[in-house]
Design a protein around this ligand. Sequence first.
Ligand SMILES: Cc1ncc(COP(=O)(O)O)c(C=O)c1O
Length: 375
Amino acid sequence: MRIKFTNLYKLAPNKKKLFNSIKKNIVGSKFIGGDIIKEFCNIFKKFVKVKYVVPVANGTDALEIAIQSLDLPKNSEIIVPVNTWISTAEAVVTNSMKVVFCDINLDDYTINIEDLKKKITKKTKCIIPVHLYGNPADMFKIKKIAKEKKIKIIEDCAQAHGSKIHNKHVGTFGDIGTFSFFPGKNIGAFGDAGCIITNNKKIYNYCRRISNHGALNKYDHKHSGRNSRMDVFNATVLIEKIKKYKIVIKKRNLIAKYYNDSLKKNKSIELFKLKDKHTYSYHQYVIRVNKKYRDKLINFLKKNKIDTMIHYPYMLNELSFFKYKKRFKNSNQLGKKILSLPVSEEHTKKEINYVTNTINSFFQKNIEEEIRNIN
Ligand SMILES: Cc1ncc(COP(=O)(O)O)c(C=O)c1O
């Protein structure tokens, strides 16, 4: 059996209708702006239950624009978890602010509250919790700390479409939430796209201006900005995908449950620790194994035609250009231990059973071999 990590073509819903809508845009010369973009904003507003949505060109732009919109003093410190996609830290650098890395929890891989408290200084002006893999960060505690210290919060929700805490969508706890619709994301476009969400009108209008050459309307430039727009084709795809998203989350949760049930007895594997009243979108299903076995396991799965990935093989402090020498307790060498298994909604129970049986047989073989070596 061949198990692809994901099959993006299969994930496109109602292909006939979707391709027709795209054709209609071309025939009608609708490429940028207009009613379809407005429809996307309205549908996304309802989906996350927020007042304002700013569509942009990608999730990195969303982060950069969000930081810019906060008008922070020069050289402010912004706290970022050390295990995330590079964009979260890159957006801080592009805004000429100082990145301060923070450790993560080993049970859900989101920002570690104890380390966060230690990282706050007088210069800390913003925290960017990342809801990594679709796991919600502890927004209640982060909000409490931020309120006490008068620090802003931008939630990086690039991997967390549909993730909630107490039924409230991530991205709506802090001042701003940012999303990516990169094709491989749970709600993925046919190219790059992203958006910013907020309940603050001033931030909303500022983000709109920054993303559109400083203008809200044609030729109404109040300051310089940039060009970061979502195009109509991607908006069309996203509208269709959001309409079908409830089923996607349901399927991903079912697959995650199959994994949990089949792998939990395997003592060599650490799984996510799920929290009460959290809704998980399972952008990734990540296991952690001893680094002695991780690469061997990847090769064994590859031989058995099972794709895996690593999110991410390095912690950001390990990238030399960040010049961040300090080590972290939990995330030290984490990139050598984690492994993402296929968790896309197109996978069948049979396929996931094949993955878990193969993983369990790998450990069985290795443990037997170790016992033999001891004897
Ligand atoms: C956590 C996180 N933040 C930001 C981004 C950036 O999004 P984009 O690729 O759309 O620029 C990504 C995308 O991979 C991400 O995973």
